[in-house]
Design a protein around this ligand. Structure first.
Ligand SMILES: O=C(CO)[C@@H](O)[C@H](O)COP(=O)(O)O
Ligand SMILES: [Fe+2]
Length: 219
């Protein structure tokens, strides 16, 4: 199956957010990646459920919502209600990862676990039977446009093996610093979904399709 491309709207022009979401939809994005930051779990702030609800009207593509907020449980129902399709959480963002994942599932949404560059892969083991997606952060979360951390390649391969061993259909998403230079090694390591902010939102809207195609072809 070809790798999926999930442009991160963190690198979009927020003064024209609706148009930017429409542009990546028309440019062939498989999912719309939404980075939610609280100024506490990560040193940056972005958007809340109201904005998600409003851009939801612009695209029918799956909304892949990456929550970088702590405590996270309180906000899961709000993003589900706002129109998220996949809700991905960090294990550090609450006391009970399994309970938070069940909450997402109980709301009829797909659930994912995001691992920071230094978070042990072993945290995934108890929830491999529950999740739809693993997100490997290949930069420290909080900002777009950072440099890919090469040590994450072995971790991507490690998660790919865990997914294979589980026999389940779990998306392996890689997020951070995915661009023309890094994409080939990320896909070779086993990624099945690529988040890309700065590599997609470069040039004007007319270039987005070419940027997405470049990533899909592997650089
Ligand atoms: O979750 C995050 C950052 O915390 C990402 O989704 C970034 O938005 C990816 O941006 P690029 O590294 O592709 O520019
Ligand atoms: Fe993200």
């Amino acid at each position: 199956m070809p790798v999926m491309i999930a442009p991160s709207i963190l690198s979009a022009d927020f003064s024209r957010l609706g148009d930017e979401v429409r542009a990546i939809d028309e440019a062939g994005a498989d999912m719309i990646h939404v980075d939610v930051m609280d100024g506490h779990f990560v040193p940056n702030m972005t958007i809340g459920p109201l904005v998600v609800k409003s851009i939801r009207k612009v695209s029918a593509k799956p909304f892949d919502v990456h929550l970088m907020i702590e405590p996270v449980d309180l906000f899961i129902p709000l993003f589900a209600e706002a129109g998220a399709d996949i809700i991905t959480i960090h294990p550090e963002a609450g006391p009970h990862l399994h309970r938070s994942l069940q909450l997402i599932k109980s709301l009829g949404k797909k659930c994912g676990v995001a691992l920071n560059p230094a978070t042990p892969l072993s945290l995934l083991e108890p929830v491999m039977g529950d999740i739809d997606l693993v997100l490997i952060m290949s930069v420290n979360p909080g900002f777009g446009g950072q440099k890919f951390i090469p040590s994450q390649l072995d971790r991507i391969a490690g998660v790919a093996s865990m997914i294979k061993a589980s026999g389940r259909d779990i998306v392996l998403e890689v997020d951070g610093g995915v661009n023309a230079e890094t994409v080939k090694s990320v896909v070779e390591a086993g990624a099945t979904s690529l988040v890309a902010g700065s590599a997609v939102f470069t040039g004007d809207a007319a270039d987005y399709a070419a940027n997405i195609d470049m990533l899909r072809r592997g650089g």
